[in-house]
Structure formats: C-alpha cells, structure tokens
Design a protein around this ligand. Structure first.
Ligand SMILES: Nc1ncnc2c1ncn2[C@@H]1O[C@H](COP(=O)(O)OP(=O)(O)OP(=O)(O)O)[C@@H](O)[C@H]1O
Ligand SMILES: [Mg+2]
Length: 278
C-alpha cells in the first residue's frame, strides 16, 4: 500500500514522530471485493480510516460507496478481502458485530424513532433501570449533558418527540447517541443531503467536533463544499475501484471532480494512489 498517500498527514506535520495520522489506522479495508450477480460492486478496495480524522468517501452514483459502508456495518459480507480493526483482523458478519466494535452508522432519517422523544431515542434498547424501574432522571441528564457537550443548543427540550425535530436536529441527536455510547467510528451517510444552510452548518460543525474528540468519521457526500469544509482525507471510488485516497489539502475541487467522473486527474497530485496504490 502506498502509505505516502493513504496515511499522509493533512496538517503538514513532519512524517513519523507523534503525528497521529502515522499511527495504525482504526479501520482498514484490504482488497475488499463484492459482486451482486454480474455487477462487480467493489474490486479490491483498500481504505484506511484514522481516529481523529474525517475521511470523505466520494464517487458517482453506483460507484460503490453504500456497498463499502454496508460491508463495514456488517450488512453485506464481502466476497473476499479483510477488515482490520485497531490493527487486528476482524470478521464483521452483522450490524451487531459492527456495533460491538464501536461503529455507529448515522442515516438521515432511519436511525431514530419518530414517535419517541429524544431521551427515549438515545437510550433505545439500552435503558437505565433502578430497582426494576426506568431511571428517567439519569437518562434525561445524560442526554442533556451529551447534547450540551456537543454544543447542540437549538433543541428546546429533550422530551420533545423526534417527529417534531428538523432534519438537522435529528442528525444532531443521532450523532449525540453515537457519542454517548462511546463509539469509535461514526459513519455518516449523506448527512447533509436534505438540509438547509443553517442545519448543514450545524451538522458540519458537529462532524468536526467528533474528530476533535478523537473519533474517526467516514463522511459520504456528493457535496464537495461539505467535503472540503470538514474532511481531512478524501477517498474516491470509481466504478467499484478506489482510485485515490489523498489528504484534502493536496486536492482542489476540479481534481475531485476529475477523479469522480473519470477515475483520474491530469492535474499534478503529490502522489496519486492509482488503482489500489499497492
Ligand atoms: N443489494 C444489491 N443488489 C444488487 N446490486 C447492488 C446491490 N447494492 C448495490 N448494488 C450495485 O452495486 C453498485 C454500487 O452501488 P452503491 O449503492 O454502493 O453505489 P453508491 O456509490 O452508494 O451510489 P449512490 O451515490 O447513487 O448512492 C451499483 O452498480 C449497484 O447497482
Ligand atoms: Mg449510496
């Protein structure tokens, strides 16, 4: 693997030493392939995801972004290839396996139950009890504290039903849930696709805050403004192949457009991971 590209620092820090991006990746996919009938959805995909960094996963429709996420989330087992977690080979066969490792996937609408309030959503399936009764006060304080620690200030009350929240607020609650349960990797699948300007800014802010807390984030988006606003590393899928994984600081928008639409760019990139960057 081309470590100069796949593990390159985005901050301009010297190689090696204490630069966290030189540490072992939290998650690594090696040579992941997956087909559906005649469709080769993923071909020998490599990806490194580091703690404390936001990694964008971009690509055109059908490039393989969702299939990649689903292999990490344990929904689609790969045909071949290996996933490494904290440097150790793991088999993620179900969403339960992935949650057990500390991986949380935040979907735009699917992650929360509309009819429940914020506290109930954040503790769903993990309710705190005291003498066989739900400890509502403890759960409410934990929910309030977590939202406050993320500077989520636009939610009026944690006893509001999620149905009454805006898209951005829902996204914030889903992210707060991931933080509260000590996730190590948060996967955000098109988190800003349906959001307005202010809500998008809030979600982008929250995404950065997750990285600052030392979590790894995978950020799937078609919006290159968002990608450049929050991502440290940009990984590009083209027809199921990983054609580049490069620090965002080494790319401009046109290069990303070129990579997404043609699988290559004619502009000079410090070191381009062509194909699998082997
Ligand atoms: N369950 C499935 N059964 C059959 N083919 C599938 C399945 N899921 C994905 N594919 C195929 O795999 C390829 C990659 O799809 P994927 O959903 O990962 O694309 P994507 O990059 O997420 O695109 P988009 O930006 O449109 O969401 C496509 O050709 C798609 O048709
Ligand atoms: Mg998709």
């Amino acid at each position: 693997m081309n470590t100069e590209v796949l593990g390159a620092p985005s901050t301009g820090a010297a190689p090696g030493g204490t630069d966290p991006s030189r540490a072992a990746p939290l998650l690594e996919l090696r040579h992941m392939s997956k087909h559906f009938g005649a469709v080769q959805a993923l071909s020998e995909v490599n990806l490194e995801v580091h703690a404390g960094k936001v990694t964008a996963l971009v690509g055109d429709n059908g490039a393989g972004k969702s299939v990649t996420l689903k292999t990490i989330a344990g929904i689609h087992p790969p045909d071949s290839g290996q996933i490494y977690w904290e440097g150790r080979p793991v088999h993620i066969r179900s969403p339960r396996d992935s949650a057990g490792l500390g991986i949380e996937t935040v979907y735009q609408d699917l992650a929360l139950c509309n009819n429940l309030d914020i506290v109930q959503n954040m503790f769903l399936g993990r309710e705190v009890t005291r003498r066989f009764l739900l400890d509502e006060n403890a759960m409410e304080s934990a929910a309030v504290e977590t939202l406050a620690s993320l500077n989520v200030t636009t939610v009026r009350s944690v006893r509001q039903a999620v149905a009454s929240l805006s898209g951005g607020q829902r996204q914030a609650v889903a992210v707060a849930k991931a933080v509260m349960w000590n996730s190590k990797l948060v996967i955000m699948d098109e988190p800003t696709a349906a959001l307005g300007v202010a809500q998008t800014a809030m979600v982008l802010n929250l995404t950065r805050r997750l990285a600052e807390r030392g979590l790894a984030v995978i950020f799937v988006s078609h919006n290159f403004n968002d990608v450049f606003a929050v991502c440290d590393q940009i990984a590009v899928l083209y027809l199921g192949r990983m054609v580049a994984s490069i620090p965002a600081a080494h790319l401009d928008r046109q290069m990303v457009v070129d990579l997404v639409t043609t699988g290559t760019t004619t502009r000079p990139v410090p070191t381009l991971a062509q194909g699998q960057g082997a």
